[in-house]
Design a binder for this molecule. Structure first.
Ligand SMILES: CC(C)(COP(=O)(O)OP(=O)(O)OC[C@H]1O[C@@H](n2cnc3c(N)ncnc32)[C@H](O)[C@@H]1O)[C@@H](O)C(=O)NCCC(=O)NCCS
Ligand SMILES: Nc1ncnc2c1ncn2[C@@H]1O[C@H](COP(=O)(O)OP(=O)(O)OP(=O)(O)O)[C@@H](O)[C@H]1O
Length: 194
């Protein structure tokens, strides 16, 4: 089985491209969605997070704004949170792999693939990318987003240019969706012939 890491900076279209792979029959493990489920209503991690960060959870799950304000800007706190979250994500990933054992190709959709060293655990890396102008326009159109917040997030991420350089395949998303869909089909064909 070939394990493919799919990544890209904020607003580059990773979720959209992941959905295209899924629609083509390639199983996709979504790290972010897994974190949301583990932290959501009745999420498995709520007790541990509440005890490490009192007041950051409620019946609806983790209050992401509150928890975010405790961990972003405090590296120690972020590391403590990661120690709770990452092993649980790894367990879910193992369940996903076991469930898709017969697939020749599976995708791990991981926003922070390079930042957290996950690129070493995959066979192939795909980066979704567009121009900074396209990225900025998409992100700033999101409710609650500000220029400051966008720039803070960008500053924590490996630069797009470096991601592109380190990728085995780049999927351009500054194009119409149909063109991107064709590119996804092309990449699937390349993966099958490796
Ligand atoms: C603190 C939490 C609840 C805040 O949630 P929120 O929905 O507000 O933000 P979101 O998860 O979308 O992240 C926003 C941005 O913050 C940055 N970020 C998130 N987690 C991390 C991290 N562990 N290290 C560095 N940057 C991070 C990313 O650049 C991301 O684009 C959440 O980020 C979290 O639980 N993080 C720890 C778990 C983790 O490592 N997640 C990364 C994906 S596996
Ligand atoms: N060719 C394209 N490929 C991908 N997305 C496109 C394209 N053209 C337009 N878009 C739009 O750009 C947006 C990309 O958002 P998406 O949620 O996929 O990004 P993301 O990289 O997953 O974001 P984040 O990392 O911030 O969660 C969507 O609204 C999508 O419809």
């Amino acid at each position: 089985m070939m394990i493919v890491g799919l990544t890209g900076s904020i607003g580059m279209g990773k979720s959209t491209v992941a959905a295209m792979f899924r629609a083509s029959g390639v199983p996709v493990f979504d790290a972010d969605e897994t974190v949301h489920i583990l932290q959501g209503p009745n999420g498995l991690l709520l007790p541990e997070i509440e005890s490490a960060f009192p007041g950051t959870t409620n019946a609806a799950g983790v209050d992401r704004v509150k928890l975010g304000s405790e961990v972003f800007g405090d590296d120690d706190a972020l590391r403590r949170l990661e120690k709770i979250v990452h092993p649980a994500v790894a367990e879910e990933r193992a369940v996903f792999l076991a469930a898709n054992q017969s697939s020749t190709v599976v995708i791990f959709d991981i926003p922070l693939l390079f930042e957290k060293g996950g690129n070493k655990a995959v066979d192939v890396v795909i980066v979704v990318s567009a121009s900074i102008e396209v990225q900025r326009a998409r992100v700033l159109a999101r409710p609650g987003m500000t220029v400051e917040k966008f720039e803070q997030i960008l500053a924590r991420q490996t630069p797009d240019a470096e991601k592109r350089e380190r990728a085995d395949y780049v999927i351009d998303t500054g194009t119409p969706l149909d063109v991107t869909r064709q590119r996804v089909a092309e990449v699937i064909a390349c993966l099958a012939s490796r």
